[in-house]
Write a protein that binds this ligand. Structure first.
Ligand SMILES: [Zn+2]
Ligand SMILES: [Zn+2]
Length: 280
């Protein structure tokens, strides 16, 4: 489920109400598994509000530590509960600081009234290098993604179905090229949730801001044989009407290329049937 679909900064105006103005946060649920969350943007508060009270453990894969990906953490309702465990995986920094040190440095006075340690739940932060590991029955694969600062893309596989999350992705100067590790991560994924910050027009003069054009996200999805591309991390200036037009255009192009294209909006749920479900 999509709880926050914007990049850079939360936004609010009549023009962005339908797709929503919260920053990056997506949750993944599977039977018998603790919820898995991608990123801690301001959408995280809404993820926490809809969570069943019986859930006492939340696992989070953080792409990187830019504000729009961590700002929701202090507002997760479950953080107030002594009986909750919040397990976070995030990239360490090139200068040796751990992800935990960086989060502690952002959530403390004078920027925030309470430190992360002083809030009720148990918070564990694990540094991640590109690697594979398991979280419950989810298989997780992390690779480096070109952006600004250490950034990871994640592929989560459950019962042979794979979802890839690449929120922020620097387009190379030659747009016909794809980072080999990123391309491999996306290979034949059922769903690719990908940076869609810029239109071709917006991109001019912003070629080194760490993001890509929607067209590049689409080309990557086609090249990798992805089934469904979810355009995500919308620029805060992108209006609902513009997003409607983008979805219309790329659905047509996707139909020709064999990729279903969807524009992420808050509250949207995607059901990815497992093979057992398909044949039931
Ligand atoms: Zn971002
Ligand atoms: Zn970023």
């Amino acid at each position: 489920m999509f709880h926050g679909v914007r990049g850079s900064t939360p936004c609010h105006s009549p023009e962005v109400q339908r797709y929503g103005g919260n920053t990056s946060c997506v949750s993944l649920v599977a039977p018998g598994q603790d919820p898995l969350v991608f990123d801690l943007g301001t959408g995280l508060r809404y993820f926490g509000k809809q969570l069943d009270v019986a859930v006492s453990s939340v696992n989070v894969l953080v792409s990187h530590l830019h504000w729009d990906h961590i700002q929701g953490l202090p507002f997760l309702p479950q953080l107030q509960r002594d009986d909750c465990a919040i397990n976070i995986w995030a990239p360490a920094q090139d200068d040796g600081r751990t992800a935990h040190e960086c989060l502690n440095a952002a959530i403390c006075q004078p920027m925030f009234p309470v430190s992360l340690e002083a809030i009720g739940a148990t918070v564990e932060v694990h540094d991640v290098e590109p690697s594979d590991w398991k979280i419950g029955a989810f298989d997780v694969n992390a690779v480096n993604v070109p952006h600004i600062g250490p950034t990871l893309g994640y592929r989560v596989t459950y019962n042979d179905r794979s979802i890839v999350y690449i929120s922020d992705h620097q387009e190379p100067s030659d747009a016909s090229l794809f980072d080999p590790a990123v391309l491999e991560l996306c290979n034949n994924a059922d769903v690719l949730i990908h940076d869609a910050q810029f239109t071709d027009v917006d991109y001019v003069g912003r070629e080194h801001w760490g993001h890509c054009r929607i067209d590049y996200a689409f080309a990557l999805a086609v090249e990798a044989g992805v089934s469904t591309l979810v355009l995500f991390h919308h620029d805060p200036s992108r209006s609902d009407d513009e997003l409607d037009a983008i979805e219309g255009e790329y659905k047509l192009r996707g139909a020709d290329a064999g990729v279903d294209v969807v524009v992420a909006r808050e509250g949207m749920e995607l059901f990815v049937p497992c093979h057992a479900d398909v044949h039931a």
